[in-house]
Every structure is written in structure tokens, then in C-alpha cells.
Design a protein. Structure first.
Length: 338
């Protein structure tokens, strides 16, 4: 009995031995992940452990960078709100300067989020006007890009930024290189008032001046808004210069005193690229009146008359533009007669 039981156990053990696999192994799945490794630590680059414990200067710079790089609209808006609060504090906290803020945030003028654009305007209003004026030409480049954007909402919000710029740096806006004629070109693209077309109706009967803002739900409101801002722009350009107070030593000061502006001879364009007519500087009211009369008077007058016929808010805006034109051009006629 003992020997037979022993032989049965040995056969059972032989039966339980694993069989050797023959042939190729089963291929692994395409999404197979090897989890046999062991890691002692995980390192995350640029990880912020605590926002409250960070340096205020670094926190300001992080929010300024986040306003540009964040993919979420809410994150960009909140970052801009933080920077706005720092600029509005007493005393203001601005470790990068107005120039650094404008360089970073000007591309947001054409941002796709309305809340971001609204907060950006609040931030711009918190900047010191004296520090904004030297950067007027650079700001206008982005403003003109927003004025000719395909989105009607972006065009409308950009006009608010142009209004702010006219408030804090009106003289610099209309007198910087390209500030006068190039901005008028942008208004022409928005309103469809083309100065190169003598008549709005071609020989075939088709209208050649397209109204880019009409045909949408916000068409009349947008067109009225554009005409109103155009009137403010022309009022600023045609505004008489304040007479300089009499000074007995003004003659010698003009000869020997050092200039007080960063680029006093920029109007000569000694070291810049050759500029065309639209990119020229028109530093005084008379030169702006002459450039407007030669290129834009007929087109804007014709477009204004068409807008007055539409009535409503568009007609009222056209009446405001008519008053601005009349006041500005009457000064030109009176000065020429004198």
C-alpha cells in the first residue's frame, strides 16, 4: 500500500509541473505601459508651492506672464485683475515699469474673450498717463490691428482703447508717425468709406463701398459707435494748440537748452526707414488739416451724408461728426483768410 501511494503522489507532482512555452510570445497591446519600474520621487518643473509665501515682485511677474500664456479665459482675466489691483494700490506696485506691461499685454487687445478685453481696458486706465505717452506709436499699431479685426466685438472694444488713448495722450496720438493717416485708413476699413472711389456706385450699378458692420444684429450700434469715435479723433486732430507763454529768454533757450523730450528730432526721420505719406508725422494742426483735406475730406463727407439719411442712432452720430468737421475746417478757412 505504501509503495503504490508513493507512486501516485509522484505522478501527481509531475502533472502539476508547468509546461514550457513553445514558439513566439503573445504580442503586447499598443497601449501597454510598463509599470515594473520604481521611482523614489517625481519632479514637476516650475511648481509653485504657496502663492502667499512667494515674493511680491515674483508674484507680480508670474501673474503678468499668466495673463498671456494661460489657456483659460478666467485665468487670464484674474491675472489681469491682480495686476490692475497692484497698479491701483497706494503706493502702486509695478516692478517691471509701464513699458514692460505694455510690451506684454498689448497683444491682448485682439483677445477672443470679452471679459479679458474689458479687464485689459481697466488695467490701461490704471497706468500713469505721463508714462503712457512715450509709447503711443506702439500702442496705435495694436489698436489699428484691432480696428480691422474680423470680429465685430473686438473692433468695438478696440474703439474704447482708442478713446482712452485720446484722453491720456491725444496730441501724441494724432502727431506720431502714422498716427493721423494710418488711423484714418483703419476707420475707412471699418466704415467702408473708401477715399480712392469717387462715387459709391460704379458704372455697372454695383456699390463699391462695403459697409462691414451692417448685416449683423449689432450693425447699427457698431456703426454709430465707430462714427462717434471718428468724430472724437478728428476733434483731437483739429484742436488748436495752446499758445506758449511769453518768455524773454525763449529765443536763447531754443538755441542752447537741451530738449526735454526723448526724441526731439523724430519728425526729421534722420535714422529711420523711409516713410510714405501715410507713415509721416503731422505734428501740428495745419499739416493735419491739409492732409485730411487732400485725401479724406470728400470720402468722409460722402459717407457722413449717407449715414445721416439712415436716421436713428447712426444719423445722430453722423450729425456729431458733421459738427466736428465744420468746426475743424472753419478754423482752417479763417486762418487762411487772415
Amino acid at each position: 500500500m505504501g509503495s503504490s501511494t508513493k507512486k501516485k503522489k509522484e505522478k501527481k507532482k509531475d502533472f502539476q509541473k508547468p509546461k514550457l512555452k513553445v514558439g513566439k510570445a503573445k504580442p503586447k497591446a499598443a497601449n501597454f505601459t510598463d509599470t515594473s519600474f520604481k521611482s523614489k520621487s517625481i519632479v514637476v518643473n516650475q511648481q509653485v508651492l504657496s502663492a502667499d509665501a512667494s515674493d511680491p515682485t515674483e508674484q507680480f511677474k508670474q501673474n503678468l506672464s499668466l495673463a498671456i500664456t494661460a489657456k483659460s479665459d478666467n485665468q487670464r482675466r484674474d491675472a489681469l485683475a491682480y495686476v490692475t489691483n497692484q497698479l491701483s494700490a497706494t503706493p502702486p506696485n509695478n516692478p517691471v515699469g509701464t513699458s514692460g506691461i505694455l510690451t506684454k499685454l498689448l497683444p491682448l487687445i485682439s483677445d477672443g474673450s470679452a471679459s479679458v478685453r474689458t479687464q485689459l481696458l481697466k488695467l490701461f486706465r490704471a497706468l500713469p498717463p505721463l508714462e503712457v505717452r512715450p509709447h503711443t506709436e506702439k500702442i496705435l499699431m495694436y489698436v489699428r490691428g484691432g480696428m480691422t479685426h474680423l470680429s465685430n466685438d473686438i473692433r468695438t472694444d478696440t474703439l474704447s482703447i482708442l478713446e482712452w488713448l485720446l484722453e491720456v495722450a491725444g496730441d501724441e496720438t494724432v502727431s506720431c508717425p502714422g498716427g493721423w493717416l494710418k488711423t484714418l485708413n483703419s476707420f475707412s476699413s471699418m466704415l467702408g468709406w473708401n477715399p480712392s472711389v469717387g462715387s459709391a456706385i460704379t458704372s455697372k450699378g454695383w456699390t463699391s463701398a462695403s459697409k462691414t458692420t451692417l448685416g449683423t444684429k449689432k450693425g447699427p450700434e457698431a456703426q454709430a459707435r465707430q462714427i462717434q469715435v471718428l468724430a472724437k479723433f478728428l476733434q483731437t486732430g483739429f484742436r488748436p494748440e495752446a499758445p506758449a507763454p511769453y518768455s524773454p529768454g525763449a529765443y536763447w533757450d531754443n538755441i542752447y537748452r537741451l530738449p526735454g523730450t526723448p526724441t526731439p528730432f523724430a519728425y526729421l526721420n534722420l535714422f529711420g526707414m523711409p516713410r510714405d505719406e501715410d507713415s509721416e508725422m503731422y505734428p501740428d494742426r495745419i499739416s493735419r488739416q491739409r492732409a485730411f483735406d487732400a485725401k479724406w475730406r470728400a470720402a468722409i463727407s460722402a459717407g457722413m451724408e449717407e449715414a445721416r439719411k439712415e436716421g436713428g442712432m447712426v444719423g445722430r452720430a453722423a450729425a456729431t461728426l458733421d459738427r466736428a468737421l465744420t468746426a475743424g475746417l472753419e478754423r482752417e478757412v479763417s486762418e487762411q483768410a487772415a
